[in-house]
Ligand binder design. Structure first.
Ligand SMILES: Cc1cc2nc3c(=O)[nH]c(=O)nc-3n(C[C@H](O)[C@H](O)[C@H](O)COP(=O)(O)OP(=O)(O)OC[C@H]3O[C@@H](n4cnc5c(N)ncnc54)[C@H](O)[C@@H]3O)c2cc1C
Length: 161
């Protein structure tokens, strides 16, 4: 199917993207790698008035180590995880997990940020990141806040005798 028409916007910096999201609210959708947003649009399960392509925002594509933490940008692709020398040295489990994901076409486009935000229970990162005690750094109009992903894990009910 052909998706409904959206106005395509490509902010070049984070403050611009946040201002656009504030302006357009629920009418806007962020586009990162496009899996699964584009199929949802083609099925008309999503029909955003504004489509905000964040791929031109500098600084969201890096994997770096700072202050004792590994920082993975929202636009880092799954293929980048697999190829990262730094991750291989410091967090080999994440490299192993990314190797089990999908096929090269998906790996080259799909982003870590999109995987976590989409929060499909069948996705790998929502399971792997809490196991690594990962924290999501979210920036919006009210500033930046951290969301500990491991708190989002639902603990199993205790077994009762
Ligand atoms: C054939 C195929 C096989 C797949 N196999 C696997 C697999 O084995 N394991 C696995 O885990 N996943 C798999 N996936 C799913 C896919 O890899 C993930 O859903 C993907 O990582 C989503 O990232 P994206 O950048 O493509 O997201 P997009 O489609 O661009 O975005 C997804 C959602 O998140 C929002 N969003 C994206 N980035 C941000 C951001 N930075 N801030 C706020 N909101 C944001 C978007 O608005 C949208 O609602 C597969 C997908 C396909 C098509």
């Amino acid at each position: 199917m052909i998706p409904a028409t959206s106005e395509y916007l490509a902010p070049q910096a984070l403050p611009e993207a946040i201002a656009l999201l504030e302006e357009h609210g629920a009418d806007a959708k962020i586009l990162a790698g496009g899996h699964p947003l584009i199929p949802l649009m083609k099925l008309r399960l999503a029909a955003p008035v504004y489509l905000k392509d964040i791929n031109y925002i500098a600084g969201l594509k890096a994997i770096r180590e700072a202050d004792g933490l590994l920082r993975i940008g929202a636009l880092v692709r799954d293929a980048d995880l697999e190829e990262s020398e730094l991750l291989r040295k410091r967090c080999a489990g994440l490299v192993e997990a990314s190797r089990t994901l999908a096929d090269p076409l998906v790996l080259n486009l799909a982003t870590v940020g999109g995987n976590l935000v989409h929060a499909d229970p069948a996705n790998d990162h929502p399971a792997v990141m809490p196991a690594l005690n990962a924290v999501l750094v979210a920036t919006g109009p009210a500033g930046t806040r951290t969301i500990p992903l491991f708190l989002l894990l639902r603990l199993p009910e205790p077994i009762r005798a």
